[in-house]
Structures are given as structure tokens and as C-alpha cells.
Design a protein around this ligand. Structure first.
Ligand code: IFM
Length: 460
């Protein structure tokens, strides 16, 4: 029996739709001290007893610093258009200010050239969370000076790689950096203060806008944008308390980021709710944040259902739950995309991450990850549904290419479509990777011969 939804004509995507896979530096690179790399806040956080579920760290991870060429061969073999990766700031500038590390910059030169040579479009992210530890010692993202350090770093990367990378993302998931890193403290740098978190979020957004301006001023040709993690947020019941809670949560995690980017202001209800914890905003900041973008990236994994009393049992949904405890809810992706299209004026929109951790078993060289394959197929269909209803979708990327260091969960949660045996560093394409490759071949066939391919369901 075919466990996957068929891809009927509504889900043949436009010829220029970009298909990709994604990773980030800290999660795969390893080489924590190689060739002059400085420590990041995540290197330090991993040393805090109890911070990482399995007590692990990113010292070796997937050893991508040594195996990058083989990894790019895998990316090419999948037949994707683009590979989303991030630059480790402390690898290229160990202290986050001052001296540049030539060997670190050369690594990314080789990586980008390797993509170009294989016909893969490089999609670069500047900040996927691994802030240089030396900057944290000076206040980190809570300090306004870090904004200017980030802009310098963006300029340098633009100068070195901007002629070859298709897109540059400033920040990946500023909500995670601010809220998990500085309010809940379960991610680096492990701070627990709402006021600090809100100031951090403002500095991230400000540095995003200023980096865009700086990159454009030096003639950078890459398309520029940001990647947000958003979910549709709904009340568990229709009680006024639950409805109000859902509205507030939506304000803090969705509108807090979308409104300044696209409407030039933070949501008034959230500012009022924060009271003294609201960030200090200097004149002109909001105009910088609203600098027009060439694209917006969205990372989608699940929906959020909230109740004023705190708990909602995700199992009550009756839907499959991933190893992260996240409900599988592809309808939420279509719902979110339609809402974004309705409430804000969007540039081309990419799903820059989507995927799932499930328990995988490597048996005789195969990983039959039916649940992950089903997850990806259904979310691609959800993107197709949004596209068909007019949302300006430009691309979709699977998280992740490789099993990797899943932050506070360590190596226990596997998101890869390629299995990594951490003892040997051997890579094995899971069934989800084989399915994605077949699916992309069908999409490409559809690009060549649209009429014939419409009769051909994918995934069969
Ligand atoms: O692994 C992370 C990634 O770094 C950012 N987005 C969510 C993924 C899964 O938790």
C-alpha cells in the first residue's frame, strides 16, 4: 500500500519553485577549535551540567568540516536546487570583533564553491544561534553594541561570498534566541529574564534591518531576508480566558516579529502587556527593522494550542506525535500561510525548515522512516494548497539533511533524511531521502513536460 498522499496536478509546483535541504553550522560542523575557531555561546552552554539531555556537545557533531565535500555530493544526489547552511561567526571572527580568521573564511569559500561546482544554489544564514562567546561576555544580544558587531560581520561575509550565494538570511528564528535563550533559559546563553529577552529580540530585529542596508550599500547581489519560526496558535476551548491567552501568545511569537518587519511597529497589545519589560527602542529603530526584504523564510513544525490554565494534552488531538512531542499537523501550515498572506504584504515566501524527529532504526543499510516520509509529503501538499490559494510560495526545504546535534536534546533526536552513525560518521540515505529524490525527479519531469507529468502521481 502506498502510505503517501498522491501528488495530483494541484501539487505540481511552478518551474522556478526552489527545493532544498537545510542544516546549520553548530549542529553539523564539529571542529570546535579547528584552525583558530573561537568558542560560541553554544560551546559554553554544552559545558553546563544538565543543559544538554545526553550530556553531549558540538565538538565533533557530524564532522562536516572534514566531510563537507561528501555531504555536498549527497545534496547533489538528492537533486535539490538549493542547500541552506549557516556560517559559524566565531569560526570566521573568533571574538566577534577585530581580527578575521582567514582559515575560517577559506572554509566557507570552499564550501560555497563546492556547491556552485555541483550546480547547487547556496542559501546562507549568518546567525543560526552560535554567537561568539567573547561577545556574550560583553552583554551578548542584550547589548546594543552587538548589533553593530553583527553588521560588520554581515559586511565581511557579503564581501567574501555575496557574489556566489543566492540568498543571505540574517537570523534564524529570533524568537528562539530571545525566548528560549534569554527568558526560559533552556537554550544558550541560559538567561532567565523576560526584560532581557525582549531587549534581545529588539536588537536582533534591528541588526537584521541594518545588516540588509549595509549589504545593499556595498552592492551585494544576494537576495536578503530573515527566517522566522511561526505556528498557528489557537485556544484549547472558546472560553474568553483561553481566547485571550491565544491572542497574547500569537502577539508575542507571531505579531511581535511580523508587525515590525511589515508594518513598522510592535503590536500595541503586547507592549502594554509587557509593561516595564518592554524593550528600549531608539528613534529610527523601527524604520530600520522595516527595511524591505527580498524574501521571508518560515520554519514550520507544528501548531500550538493554548489554554489560560497552562496545559493542553497534545495527545488529545488524536494526531501522530513526533519524538519531540510535537503534533503532526500539516493543515496548520496551510492555515498559517493563508493567514500571513491575509494579514501582511509578503515578499516571496519560503518554507526554510520543515521535518520531524522519529525513532529510526538502521537495519541492513536501510532506514524505513515511513512516518518522516509521510510527514514531509503531507507538508509539501500543504504548501501546494497554500500556493493554489494565492500565497506567494517560492520554495520548500527539508530540515534536515543530516541527523545532527539537536541543541538541548543532544544527539538523541534525529531529524535527518540522511542517517548519521556518529561512531563511524557513515551517512546512509533514509527512505525519506529516497522518496524526496523521487518526488523531485517527478517535479523536474513536470517542469520539462507539464501536461504529461500531470497524469503521473508522485510517491506511488
Ligand atoms: O534543529 C532545529 C533548528 O536548528 C532550528 N529549527 C528547529 C529545528 C528542530 O528543532
Amino acid at each position: 500500500m502506498n502510505p503517501f498522499p498522491p501528488f495530483h496536478p494541484a501539487h505540481v509546483f511552478p518551474p522556478d519553485f526552489v527545493w532544498g535541504v537545510a542544516t546549520s553550522a553548530f549542529q553539523i560542523e564539529g571542529g570546535a577549535t579547528l584552525d583558530g575557531k573561537g568558542p560560541s555561546i553554544w560551546d559554553n552552554f554544552c559545558r553546563v551540567p544538565g543543559a544538554i539531555a545526553d550530556g553531549s556537545n558540538g565538538d565533533t557533531a557530524c564532522d562536516h568540516v572534514h566531510r563537507w565535500a561528501h555531504d555536498l555530493d549527497i545534496v547533489k544526489d538528492l537533486g535539490v536546487d538549493a542547500y541552506r547552511f549557516s556560517v559559524s561567526w566565531p569560526r570566521v571572527q573568533p571574538d566577534g570583533m577585530g581580527e578575521w580568521n582567514g582559515k575560517g573564511l577559506d572554509f566557507y569559500e570552499r564550501l560555497v564553491d563546492g556547491m556552485v561546482a555541483r550546480g547547487i544554489q547556496p542559501y546562507l544564514t549568518l546567525n543560526h544561534w552560535d554567537l561568539p562567546a567573547a561577545l556574550q561576555a560583553r552583554g551578548g544580544w542584550a547589548a546594543r553594541d552587538t548589533v553593530h558587531r553583527f553588521v560588520d560581520y554581515a559586511r565581511q561575509i557579503g564581501r567574501r561570498l555575496g557574489d556566489r550565494v543566492a540568498t543571505i538570511t540574517t537570523h534564524n528564528e529570533p524568537w528562539v534566541i530571545a525566548t528560549l535563550g534569554h527568558e526560559q533559559g533552556c537554550f544558550a546563553p541560559g538567561i532567565q529574564s523576560r526584560a532581557t529577552a525582549m531587549q534581545v529580540s529588539h536588537h536582533l530585529m534591528l541588526s537584521h534591518g541594518l545588516a540588509l542596508q549595509a549589504l545593499r550599500a556595498q552592492g551585494c547581489k544576494s537576495r536578503l531576508g530573515i527566517v522566522l519560526n511561526l505556528s498557528p496558535i489557537g485556544p484549547a476551548t472558546d472560553s474568553p480566558e483561553d481566547v485571550a491567552q491565544a491572542r497574547l501568545d500569537d502577539g508575542r511569537s507571531v505579531r511581535w516579529y511580523m508587525d515590525p518587519l511589515f508594518k513598522g511597529d510592535y503590536p500595541a497589545d503586547v507592549i502594554e502587556h509587557l509593561g516595564p519589560d518592554a524593550p528600549r527602542i531608539e528613534p529610527g529603530d523601527l524604520a530600520h527593522i522595516a527595511t524591505p526584504m527580498d524574501f521571508l523564510g518560515l520554519n514550520y513544525y507544528t501548531r500550538s494550542v493554548v489554554s489560560a490554565s497552562g496545559g493542553w494534552d497534545v495527545k488529545a488531538s488524536g494526531n501522530r506525535i513526533t519524538e519531540m512531542g510535537w503534533e503532526v499537523y500539516p493543515e496548520g501550515l496551510t492555515e498559517l500561510l493563508l493567514r500571513m498572506h491575509r494579514d501582511w504584504t509578503l515578499p516571496p515566501l519560503y518554507v526554510k525548515e520543515n521535518g520531524a524527529a522519529f525513532k529510526d532504526e538502521l537495519v541492513e543499510g536501510r532506514v524505513h522512516d515511513v512516518e518522516r516520509t509521510d510527514y514531509i509529503a503531507r507538508h509539501i501538499a500543504a504548501v501546494g494548497d497554500a500556493l493554489a490559494q494565492g500565497v506567494p510560495m517560492a520554495g520548500y526545504m527539508v530540515w534536515s539533511l543530516l541527523d545532527n546535534f539537536e541543541w538541548a536534546s543532544g544527539y538523541e533526536k534525529r531529524f535527518g533524511i540522511v542517517h548519521v552513525d556518529y561512531a563511524t560518521q557513515r551517512r546512509t540515505l533514509k527512505d525519506s531521502a529516497l522518496w524526496y529524490r523521487d518526488f523531485l525527479q517527478l517535479q523536474k519531469a513536470a517542469r520539462r513536460a507539464p501536461a504529461a507529468a500531470h497524469d503521473e502521481p508522485a510517491g506511488s
